[in-house]
Ligand binder design. Structure first.
Ligand code: FBP
Length: 264
């Protein structure tokens, strides 16, 4: 962990990372109700909102679309990722090097580690290489810390999520992106387990405005540093409105109710 409060991906100590790597991780099915979002430019447009501190994408999307947005969007290059087309213990191919991420203009990099998978050892060794090369360029490293696989019975139970955030701290991440462990108290323990390292919540599948914002409110109250979210923003008809509300909850400490009322 290095101090990253001066990094462009952090605003007032918090982050709102807009993730759009779902076309690889889940496939075009995630866009079925929002077909126009299959055009990555539409989501880059969404990422120009002031609340968004970075957009997380894979290499192909970055090299094809980021040049048009580099003045308005901070790039978080996801270095590994894999499709949903195969079966087996969770694993993720390293698709992009740090040097290439720097060439494309990355402000930070992201890396998934599936603790508990039978592939944990090789994934952690790949993370080590990426982490140490990122340090040479002063790039913050965000770990998608998602315990799963044969070693993990329940991948969102509180002790698993606290282990996920601690694992990220121990391995050198600057931000851990973890799933919501079900309650504010459990999230607070995951944050405490990460020491001074920042912890952000992973968005999950789309829910109602109120349910989503209430969960974000709980996470911020628990001491988390924000959100790394995909579907709960860009699957909405009006992503700008939810980003306006998220801006109030994350950076201004407003309640979900107040944020909804203010953005009606
Ligand atoms: P969402 O907010 O849409 O859940 O996106 C967060 C994310 O980590 C994406 O970066 C990634 O594509 C997806 O979730 C992977 O989720 P999972 O591996 O749990 O299916």
């Amino acid at each position: 962990m290095i101090p990253i409060d001066d990094s462009p991906i952090v605003r007032d100590g918090k982050s709102l990372i807009l993730a759009m790597d779902h076309g690889l991780e889940h496939g075009p099915v995630d866009f079925k109700d929002v077909q126009k979002k299959l055009d990555p430019s539409t989501v880059f447009e969404t990422a120009t909102h002031d609340a968004v501190t970075a957009m997380a994408v894979q290499k192909g999307i970055a090299e094809g679309y980021y040049p048009s947005y580099e003045d308005d969007v901070n790039l978080l290059m996801k270095l590994n990722g894999t499709s949903n087309l195969w079966m087996g213990e969770p694993d993720s191919a390293v698709n992009c090097s740090i040097d290439y991420a720097v060439d494309v203009g990355a402000d930070a990099v992201g890396f998934t580690v599936y603790g508990g998978s039978n592939h944990e050892i090789e994934m952690v060794e790949e993370f080590r290489d990426a982490h140490e090369q990122a340090r040479e360029h002063g790039l913050p490293v965000v770990m998608w810390s998602y315990p799963r696989g044969q070693g993990v019975k329940n991948d969102t139970k509180p002790s698993t999520i606290s282990y996920a955030s601690r694992l990220a701290l121990e391995l050198g991440a600057d931000i851990a992106k973890v799933k919501y462990p079900g309650s504010k108290d459990a999230m607070a323990h995951a944050v405490t387990s990460a020491g001074d390292m920042k912890v952000v919540m992973s968005g999950g599948s789309k829910t109602s405005d109120y349910e989503f914002l209430s969960q974000v409110e709980a996470v911020i109250d628990a001491g988390a540093s924000g959100l790394a979210v995909g579907r709960n923003v860009w699957q909405r008809e009006d992503p700008t409105r939810i980003l306006d509300a998220l801006e109030l909850v994350i950076y201004e400490g407003e309640t979900a109710d107040a944020a909804l009322e203010a953005t009606e």
